[in-house]
Design a protein around this ligand. Structure first.
Ligand code: PBG
Length: 321
């Protein structure tokens, strides 16, 4: 057996390729901010922008031009408060952004990140009891209220990223009771307490004011725990499960995919982006490494990849196959 027979030229390589990427695999994250006329590059994430609502329409048309059909929205309001009120306000940033995007390009599929850390003064994803325990009832109520406000504004799918126990079931019930049975939930199921989120915390202004997220996000040392989290979310009614970050956790993506027939998503996070971007921009690696990184995530088992490189994929698909 000579395996090189099937590598001899582009024709045969194309014929036997096992994994193909397409524009239907990628979701692009957008950060919406207060203010007017703002399209400001995020310091730690070159080529990624903070956008005010009035700049969103033009951005959406540009994304359409680049073949992007799926976005995930993050709101970064100027004013946060102890109750995370801007998260579920009827005219909040994400809620307004949804309306603008749907008006600009009704075919753009809108996923919303559902969490409290970008809206709550202490930058945490939950409320706490005096003794430091997670105040679960109030946290779940607030998360579900936020998801519902996104559905009411016209979101196509909600994606809770908080890692609170029981939030998928609570959210499913809240959405169903309000008549949003057809809105899917993509659960950030295995979300690790990762240092790879560093640049995002600048992007979302969501670094915790005290402590860290280790009491609710997962320990990077654990894999069985990830499978437990995924199973629980499936039990509670998740439609899609997610592993995050992606590249340092390809083993979790692969194992998680084996657990069920649900679609698996993976989030190639800000630190993964910054690392690759910096290396490519400084000539340390060829830009094909971007394509290879996405391919590896898909090959591991991801059906959906949230990535800051989505804007470059259409051109790469033409050049790199
Ligand atoms: C909010 C949230 C985070 C990310 C997505 N949703 C940050 C965090 O948990 O600290 C990270 C995304 C990225 O790093 O690109 N909970």
């Amino acid at each position: 057996m000579l395996p090189t027979r099937l590598r001899k030229n582009i024709g045969i390589r194309n014929l036997v390729r096992e994994t193909q990427l397409s524009m239907n695999d990628v979701v692009y994250p957008l950060f919406v901010v207060d203010g007017q006329g703002i399209r400001r590059e995020i310091g730690a994430m070159k080529d990624q922008y903070h956008l005010s609502l009035d700049m969103l329409g033009a951005e959406i048309l540009a994304l359409k031009e680049l073949g992007i059909r799926y976005v995930i929205l993050f709101g970064v309001p100027d004013e946060k408060d102890g109750e995370a009120t801007p998260a579920f306000a009827e005219n909040g940033l994400v809620q307004e952004a949804i309306r603008i995007i749907k008006k600009t390009d009704p075919g753009m599929y809108i996923i919303t990140d559902v969490c409290l850390c970008e809206y709550k003064s202490d930058g945490h994803c939950c409320f706490f009891e005096d003794d430091g325990d997670i105040k679960r009832g109030k946290t779940l109520e607030t998360l579900s209220k936020t998801a519902l406000s996104h559905a009411e504004a016209g979101a196509d799918m909600v994606a809770p990223s908080d890692m609170m126990d029981g939030r998928i079931g609570h959210m499913r019930e809240t959405l169903d009771r309000a008549g949003y049975e057809s809105i899917p939930i993509m659960a950030y199921s295995a979300k690790y307490a990762s240092s790879f989120y560093g640049p995002f915390r600048e992007a979302a202004n969501s670094a915790p004011a005290f402590g860290d997220r280790k009491s609710y996000q997962m320990d990077p040392a654990n894999s069985k725990e990830a499978l437990k989290e995924i199973m629980l979310d499936i039990d509670e009614g998740a439609d899609i499960v997610m592993v995050k970050p992606a590249m340092p956790y390809l083993d979790i993506i692969a194992q998680g995919k084996e657990l069920s027939y649900l679609p698996m998503a993976a989030y190639q996070v800000s630190g993964e982006y910054a690392m690759i971007r910096t290396a490519v921009d400084n000539g340390l690696m060829d830009s094909r490494v971007i394509f290879e990184s996405l391919l590896s995530i898909k090959r591991a088992g991801a059906d959906i990849i949230i990535t800051y490189f989505a804007k470059e994929l259409q051109a790469m698909l033409k050049d790199y196959q």
